[in-house]
Design a binder for this molecule. Structure first.
Ligand code: NAD
Ligand code: UDP
Length: 322
């Protein structure tokens, strides 16, 4: 196929990150011309090694808070630090990336045939008082807490994008993504799956925050990417859609499963629960099932197996180099 001739162009912001890079690979496999933008705040160009060998992939080092000059029919907005450790390390960058990033994309898409698929989050529900969480739930977020830069930034981005749809007809599609894990998560990411896997592979105790009875529902990255791609294919999509795996686990159960798969005894290093840490989280995916035929296939034990293999390989490559 000639360069750009009959290919649609997709822009992925946050392309060097965990989810962004998997999405880039999927879009290239689907025959898109793909432009990736990233400022490498938490991303790693190593995640784009495969994409970088494809002549249909084009990387731009850049910040979504600056004007974006890319022609694309489809935009996937994945730029934003996502782990509490990272997004709290520079709260101002986190909030402005969410809000100004959405604004820059609206400026780019307004008046054009360009759809924006936006990575929002289950954090818009905060510490939920409704369980499981449907899209109709408005959430329980502390607007001045340590997580607010992320939660409120994502909530405000949703507001900005929805207003752009109402006012100017911009085609926006909002995915509320629940905890997603898999290969390519950064070693120092700070999220629970990567922390536990690295700690167990290193023979160290697992850092369990609080009593470990808080819950999360973990979605494997391939299932999530499938849901995102399906969202982009619809002729039209109004209103946010939850994407995640509704199987719910306590964090203690996750620790036990990781140790079971890697081997050794379960050693725990207890630490206090961080402030505003949600007690429970599980998506109601009725809307995604109905509109997208979305049905996560990979169960935690299987997805953890693939994730552990990836971490084992990357850690041994890194240790070999060091
Ligand atoms: P990640 O940290 O691996 O990826 C984020 C990427 O965005 C990184 O490559 C980072 O360098 C880049 N970035 C940050 N600020 C930027 C800026 N101002 N300009 C350009 N690039 C910038 O995290 P992830 O898990 O891949 O998350 C990707 C998106 O999905 C985020 O928007 C996140 O909020 C959302 N999300 C992820 C999850 C999850 O469980 N992984 C859950 C809910 C929502
Ligand atoms: N957590 C933990 N140990 C860690 C990292 C996280 O016990 O080393 C807990 C954390 O307190 C939270 C859950 O695991 O209750 C999920 O944390 P993560 O940062 O992965 O995601 P989020 O809180 O944003 O859902």
């Amino acid at each position: 196929m000639g360069l750009g001739a009959s290919r649609k162009t997709a822009l992925v912001t946050g392309a060097a990150g965990f989810l962004g890079s998997h999405l880039v690979d999927r879009l290239l496999a689907e025959g898109f011309e793909v432009v990736g933008i990233d400022n490498l705040m938490t991303g790693d160009l190593g995640n784009l090694e495969k994409a970088g060998r494809d002549r249909h992939f084009h990387f731009q080092m850049g910040d979504v808070r600056e004007p974006i000059h890319v022609y694309a029919e489809l935009v996937f907005n994945f730029a934003c630090p996502a782990s509490p450790v990272h997004y709290q390390s520079d709260p101002h960058a986190t909030l402005t990336t969410s809000v100004l990033g959405a604004q820059r994309l609206v400026e780019m898409a307004r008046g054009r045939r360009c759809a924006i698929v936006h990575a929002s989050t289950s954090e818009v529900y905060g510490d939920p008082t409704v369980h499981p969480q449907p899209e109709s739930y408005w959430g329980n977020v502390n607007p001045i807490g340590e997580r607010a830069c992320y939660d409120e930034g994502k909530r405000c981005a949703e507001t900005l994008l929805n207003d752009a749809r109402r006012a100017w007809g911009v085609d926006v599609r909002i995915a509320r993504i629940f905890n997603t894990y898999g290969p390519r998560m950064a070693f120092d990411d700070g999220r629970v799956v990567s922390n536990f896997v690295v700690q167990a592979l290193r023979g160290k105790p697992l850092t369990l925050f609080g009593d470990g009875q808080q819950t999360r529902s973990f979605c494997y990255v391939d299932d999530l990417v499938e849901g995102i791609v399906r969202m982009s294919r619809l002729e039209r999509l109004d209103g946010p859609v939850n994407l995640g795996n509704p199987e719910e686990f306590t964090i203690r159960q996750l620790a036990e499963e990781v140790v079971k798969q890697i081997g050794g005894d379960l050693a725990i290093q207890h630490a206090p629960l961080p402030s505003d840490d949600p007690r429970q989280r599980k998506p109601d995916i009725g809307r995604a099932r109905e509109l997208l035929g979305f049905s996560p296939r990979v169960r935690l034990a299987e997805g953890l197996g693939a994730t552990i293999e990836d971490f084992r390989r990357r850690l041994s490559e890194r240790d070999g180099r060091g």
